[in-house]
Ligand binder design. Sequence first.
Ligand SMILES: NC(=O)c1ccc[n+]([C@@H]2O[C@H](COP(=O)([O-])OP(=O)(O)OC[C@H]3O[C@@H](n4cnc5c(N)ncnc54)[C@H](OP(=O)(O)O)[C@@H]3O)[C@@H](O)[C@H]2O)c1
Length: 257
Amino acid sequence: MKQNAPATVLITGASGAIGQALARIYAKPDVYLILQGRNPETLNALADTCKAQGADVTTRMLDLRDIPSLQSWLAEISVTHLPDLIIANAGININHGSKRQGEIWQDIEALLELNIKSTIALVNGVIPAMRKRGSGQIALISSLAGYYGLPVTPSYCASKAAIKAYGEAMRGWLAREGIQVNVVMPGYIKSEMCDAMPGPKPFLMMPDKAARIIASGLARNKARISFPFPLNFGTWLLAVLPAAWSLKIVRLLNYGG
Ligand SMILES: NC(=O)c1ccc[n+]([C@@H]2O[C@H](COP(=O)([O-])OP(=O)(O)OC[C@H]3O[C@@H](n4cnc5c(N)ncnc54)[C@H](OP(=O)(O)O)[C@@H]3O)[C@@H](O)[C@H]2O)c1
């Protein structure tokens, strides 16, 4: 079913490649954009672009791992500008290192805090107001890496699998209350994070194209927005094949193990 165009849109990680592209898509007259990031220069430049496209824009510099600050910000906007659409996009990636030495605990902790804890805290913080209003949409940016654990990025894959499961569960819980939850599973999208990731990057896509696919899927309230084909099919298959076969395929394709 086609959704009404959202009038108030909150995007986390708006200073990143996908976040910026999403902001430019939603930046239109009569839209109020709330852009979160940590880099004021990038965020302010993006805000100028979005204003030039006709949107009202506010920015918020915040480390999302600071949960008390996140919660008090959400309490504030729940009263002043409760979003119609929230895109939980901020995330980081780490890998096991160029010599397969393994992930460092401090890095793992930082990743889990942002990718899982802050993302769930974000959703949890706005749900009461959305339920009271009886409407809202929440897009959770997972990844195709959430289907099957790649040996090169164990913690990242685990975090994206967690967000996929959380989003699916929340969608089921909240659908009857007029709140739509969508799980977004992109493949390789050109960005700083993607560039830093080891291994092959088949079907690499530009952020603007990815943002168009995401926005179109959200407008149709698709439960799962996974792309690009055939990478989405291939990664889904890894999750349903016997585990020993999947690991062999992953090794053959040069994703470690
Ligand atoms: N690129 C891909 O291939 C790909 C594929 C699948 C899924 N994804 C997911 O898509 C999302 C966006 O990724 P991207 O490729 O656009 O990466 P990116 O360009 O590196 O952007 C990451 C964003 O997250 C923000 N961020 C990082 N740490 C933060 C923190 N502690 N608090 C608040 N914000 C923080 C960054 O803000 P700063 O600028 O302040 O650091 C930036 O805005 C991520 O969730 C990622 O896992 C990406």
